[in-house]
Design a protein around this ligand. Sequence first.
Ligand SMILES: O=C(O)CCC(=O)C(=O)O
Length: 282
Amino acid sequence: MLSYNDLLHYHDEGYVLIERAVPEGMLMPLRAAGQRITERTRRGDWPHKRAIGDEDIWGRSDLLRPEAGEPVFSEYMASAVVLETVAALLGVSSGQDTPLQLELVNMLVNPVHRDFEIGWHRDLVPTTLPPEEEYARLLEIRHGVQWNTALYDDVCLRIVPGSHIRASTEQERDIVQHRSFDPMPNEIVVRLEAGQGVYYNANLLHRVVYAKDRRRETIHACIGTVDGAPLRGDLYTWLSWMCAPEFEETLPSCLRPLYENFVRMAKMMDQRARQPGQQPRH
Ligand SMILES: O=C(O)CCC(=O)C(=O)O
């Protein structure tokens, strides 16, 4: 599905745009399910959210929870476009013997009371590290792909292409640490039309600008390989609810190997955390 140039672009620039990122016939069901959960979240009936104080939200988390009652999200995660894209970008198989593990499945939404923004950051590596250490961590933490798939046109995400495979420059550090809403040299706005997606390395320098009057309902998810487990301890804490056996029953069969990998790694991380001096790195 992805061309050699797509893979090269992902490797060099840290992102790739996917033209048809929503499976045929799934856009309207995903929009309807997204709206139902947004309404539940706004009336206090869905506690798994990214909040702005007590009054507003910019995201909803854990869309696969059985109590959401929205199987279209797991059908979407099980779709060929998702699994084949992730597997190709990480250079692994998505079949029965896959090393992929199921991870976050969230939705990003516009606030309704006031505009909201998140400053420049990398998701998994702090820019406060000395440059050599920052670079070493960037090389080390390459076990996952994150993506935004837009259900409505979306221009919120800004990235610095290529910043995932080099230490931050002095100027970038200054902006990230002291004025993180300022323009960044070489930034681009990721423009997605409804149905398009951007798959990216979460360690790209990025930031987001949410306008309260522009509808945003964008699936925000990630999948990684099991070899990254020791570097990503928090993930297993956030997603410990997935270890409940009744959750597995809700999943389409092609997600089961990814689910089993997640549970195996979660158990391993739990055992490791109980051993003195063996805390997982975050
Ligand atoms: O809103 C987005 O597109 C990305 C959100 C973000 O930067 C984050 O979750 O770290």
